[in-house]
Design a binder for this molecule. Structure first.
Ligand code: PNS
Length: 160
């Protein structure tokens, strides 16, 4: 069985993530989307909320599962028998850091990295920009899955 992991913060999942996840899922028997638990960095959404939003966003892709992990990604890969990491690349600016991590993960544990170039229509998206725009009342309905849009709106209204 060919398995891969698509790791990230997903705070929150955007249409760019969904693009990469959907296309990567077509290449493997199982794609695990793994949300990083980062005790040093509180996100806008809890890890449980991020996972729930991810599950909803990819509900129509049957071979995608959603999980979380803490610590080194390669330790998660080893423990779960996952030989490949999938990462989306939006622009050349992503590449330098992603290349470094890919080389390090291969050195640490022999885990390979597959880069998926994002579709041009979503290449400008990032979770942080989406959060910033939503915080100030901008329209992000075309940038994120419906459930994420609803949660961002609720979040803004609660804080207003
Ligand atoms: O969505 P992000 O925040 O860009 O995702 C970054 C992530 C989670 C993929 C990266 O920070 C990561 O792999 N963290 C786990 C810790 C780790 O393995 N660090 C060594 C990388 S060589």
């Amino acid at each position: 069985m060919r398995r891969a992991v698509c790791p990230g913060s997903f705070d929150p999942v955007t249409n760019g993530h969904v693009d990469v996840i959907t296309r990567a899922a077509a290449l493997y028997d199982e794609l695990v989307v793994a949300v990083l638990v980062n005790p040093g960095k509180a996100g806008l959404f809890s890890v449980e909320e991020r996972m729930a939003l991810l599950r909803e966003a990819v509900a129509d892709v049957p071979n995608v599962t959603v999980d979380s992990f803490q610590g080194l990604l390669v330790d998660y890969c080893r423990a779960n028998d996952v030989p490949v990491i999938v990462k989306g690349l939006r622009a050349v600016s992503d590449f330098e850091y992603e290349l470094q991590m890919a080389q390090m993960n291969r050195e640490l544990a022999g885990v390979e990295t597959l880069f998926v170039p994002t579709a041009p229509q979503v290449g400008h998206l990032s979770s942080s920009l989406v959060k910033q725009i939503a915080t100030f009342g901008g329209d992000v309905s075309g940038l994120v899955p419906k459930a994420v849009h609803e949660r961002l709106t609720a979040h803004r209204e609660a804080g207003a």
